[in-house]
Design a protein around this ligand. Structure first.
Ligand code: NOJ
Length: 713
């Protein structure tokens, strides 16, 4: 297909229809009531519907085949539609939420998971996955932290790039990195809220994840709902044109978020839908999602000379090129294959990878020695609203079949059939329900048991989009259950399921051991059981700081020192930068996670104490498993730049490696630093490293490190 010739044949209206993305419900009168969001006033004719260039959220092969056929019969240019879907952490077979995947510190594992998801998605007729979400997040009140890779720009870069590579392997699907930009910095953690930050902070921290995805070849970008420094992202010329298109040379397609074009009116930025279309097209948003301003006002804007045909052509060219790259012109339904999809969903290979991912994502936060459990001969009370629940999937898993979830109770019974498990739900899971009528039954199960495994946390519906919270503690009902269980005096192993780092300050002492399982997906129950019984060694580490109190947000390890640094909780200086009623430190720091074995980091050396401009130095260290079981260590490399013309963070993650070691085994690890590693954005947005003194830290968390000094000259 010659895209230029095709463009020449198309009318302006046909071009604007290519730039319109709709929801398939519009094609099915009976489903109108199922919809959410603003959708009643698109004012499109039936002809327009069948001309539109793409659809979002079609889950199944049959839907695609049917809609594509109807479209192809009517489109005079026979341009196939593109189908896009929120494939976030799996299509039907589900692996842990992105925040859990970040805890693996294992980008290759995430890439494998994403490739698995793309196979299921492609067979289901999905061309584009609306993922990865590269929104850096320092505030766990924001519900969508679940979809993020946490608070660190480097980890975010590695994980977004891995996701893109997985989706785009063998051209199965295209990745759409979102939400451009800085959506994760919503003020006070409230979804869709204002984002205001210096351009230096934007470039130094927030843009890096999207840029890494673009560098990894992401074919699409989604612009975000929020304002950035006073201008809605989709209408923000600096962001969309100067940075994304010019600085980052992104030539792929941009789609807006759902109805975000029309929301420019609610923002108070555009007076009417025509102005919305003008701003969005001027900012090179090639497609508008679930609004129809392009189709309804595009021709008028061109007639008035406010938009040119060349501008429209630019957008359509990118859309047609994407369709061509994906092979749609040769085969309008490309990989769509309902039979294959059915074979792939929940097949052994896919379940295995989801299980491996869930195992690596769990973070062991506390262990007084009770874990791993010995198999056999015990009565174990398995209590709590998550103990037998299949609702462990997490946010944004629209095509998942929850009935396929392996529950914790299933997993425990399977892993240790020689133990006796008694189940009691105890209380309700969801915030606001707060039913504690099951507590007495849970207590009687606990009293007759040798040990309690209590499964608590945050319901999957209480995290994700639109699920911002101000109180991040366990729900009152769950807290009551735990307090009562504690009174039995029986040992308590806690498993917490959540879409965010909850505030655990007032419950942590109640647990003898605590495993943080995020929302682990289809195989969560089996994975957790294997971890509790030591069939695998926990190796997840915190991808975010766990706050002691909600009042600490925004909270992140890579902060600046301030002019009056606080030197620990007992610092006698009342006028240091601190709280009167809470430590500055998190309850669990970034990069922290326990194991059943111990690792020693030894022999840390640098190839030179001096790095020449343009040169490099290599650090080496040996990691040794000095414990008695096999395990994986997440070795982390951090840099501190002691002085800069812009102040520098106390630590910055610059590298990490997940290392598997048998007992007694030792591996030598090396890490090469270049001038680029030390570069940072300056006040005028120039990016370079400044000569001076640095420290390189090597360790097993952001607070468990050894360091060596070096100089850039
Ligand atoms: C709105 C969400 O913000 C975005 O992440 C998602 O991809 C779209 N809706 C499509 O469902």
């Amino acid at each position: 297909m010659d895209v230029e010739q095709l463009l020449q044949r198309m009318t302006l209206r046909q071009k604007l229809a290519q730039m319109t993305q709709l929801h398939p419900y519009l094609f099915d009168e009976s489903k109108v009531d199922e919809l959410t969001g603003p959708n009643s006033d698109l004012k499109l004719s039936e002809d327009d519907l069948y001309l539109c260039g793409s659809l979002l959220n079609t889950f199944w092969a049959e839907t695609r085949l049917n809609l594509q056929q109807k479209h192809m019969e009517r489109d005079p240019n026979a341009i196939p539609m593109l189908f896009m879907q929120d494939v976030i952490h799996g299509h039907r077979t589900i692996y842990p939420i992105p925040l859990g995947m970040a805890a693996t510190f294992n980008p290759q594992l995430l890439q494998d998971c994403a490739e698995m998801a793309a196979k299921e998605a492609a067979a289901s007729g999905i061309d584009v996955c609306f993922s990865p979400m590269a929104d850096l997040c320092r505030d766990a009140r924001w519900g969508r932290i679940a979809e993020s890779f946490g608070e660190d720009p480097y980890l975010n870069e590695q994980m977004t790039a891995a996701t893109v590579k997985g989706y785009q392997a063998e051209n199965r699907t295209a990745a759409c990195v979102k939400h451009y930009a800085a959506y994760g910095a919503a003020e006070a953690g409230r979804d869709y809220n204002t984002v205001d930050m210096s351009l230096r902070t934007l470039h130094e921290y927030y843009l890096k994840g999207y840029e890494a995805a673009v560098k990894a070849g992401a074919k699409m970008v989604m612009s975000s709902f929020n304002t950035l420094n006073g201008i809605p992202a989709a209408g923000n010329r600096y962001l969309m044109n100067d940075v994304l298109r010019n600085k980052n040379s992104f030539n792929g397609c941009v789609v807006t978020d759902y109805n975000a074009v029309r929301e420019m009116i609610a923002h108070g930025f555009a007076e009417n839908e025509k102005e919305c279309a003008y701003h969005a097209i001027s900012c090179n948003n090639d497609m508008e999602m679930m609004s129809s301003t392009y189709l309804r006002f595009g021709e008028e804007l061109v007639k008035e000379g406010r938009l040119s045909v060349a501008q429209i052509d630019e957008c359509v060219r990118r859309i047609l090129t994407l369709k061509q790259e994906l092979g749609l012109f040769e085969s309008p339904n490309r990989h769509t294959d309902a039979k294959l999809a059915d074979e792939l969903f929940y097949c052994k290979e896919h379940l295995d990878i989801c299980q491996a991912a869930a195992e690596e994502s769990c973070v062991l936060l506390k262990n007084n020695g009770i874990l791993p459990l010995q198999k056999g001969g015990k009565t174990i009370a398995v209590v709590g609203p998550f103990a037998k629940s299949k609702a462990l999937i997490g946010t944004w898993a629209m095509a998942a079949d929850e009935s396929q979830t392996h529950t914790l109770l299933d997993g425990l019974q399977k892993t240790s059939p020689a133990d006796r498990f008694t189940f009691a739900e105890g209380c309700t899971m969801q915030l606001g329900e707060e039913d504690v009528s099951g507590v007495p039954l849970a207590l009687s199960a606990a009293e007759q048991a040798d040990l309690i495994i209590v499964a608590l946390g945050e319901a999957q519906w209480d995290s994700g989009e639109g699920a911002s919270r101000t109180k991040l503690r366990l729900s009152p009902a769950q807290k009551t259950l735990l307090t009562q269980l504690k009174k039995t005096g029986k040992p308590i192993v806690g498993v917490i399921f959540a879409g965010r780092p909850l505030v655990l300050t007032d419950v942590i002492d109640d647990f003898d051991a605590l495993l943080y399982a995020w929302h682990p997906g289809t195989m969560g129950g089996d994975a957790i059981a294997r971890l509790l019984y030591g069939e695998v060694c926990p190796s997840g580490v915190c991808p975010v700081s766990f706050a002691r109190d909600e009042g600490q947000f925004p909270l992140y390890y890579n902060h600046y020192t301030t002019g009056r640094p606080c030197h620990g909780d007992n610092d006698p200086n009342a006028y240091s930068s601190r709280y009167k009623d809470c430590s500055n430190t998190p309850l669990f720091p970034f990069g922290y996670g326990l194991s059943y074995t111990q690792f020693a980091v030894e022999g840390f050396t640098l190839s030179s104490e001096t790095m020449q401009k343009g040169g490099s130095i290599t650090a080496t260290a040996r990691v040794k498993n000095v414990g008695t079981v096999a395990g994986k260590a997440a070795l982390q490399w951090y840099v501190r730049d002691r002085f800069g013309s812009c102040v520098r963070p106390v630590l910055e993650l610059k590298g990490f490696e997940k290392i598997a070691l048998a007992p007694g085994e030792e591996k030598s690890v090396s890490f090469t630093l270049t001038e680029e590693t030390l570069a940072f954005y300056h006040d005028d947005l120039s990016l370079f490293a400044e000569a001076g003194d640095f420290d390189l830290y090597c360790g097993l968390s952001s607070v468990d490190t050894i360091s060596l000094p070096f100089r850039l000259v």
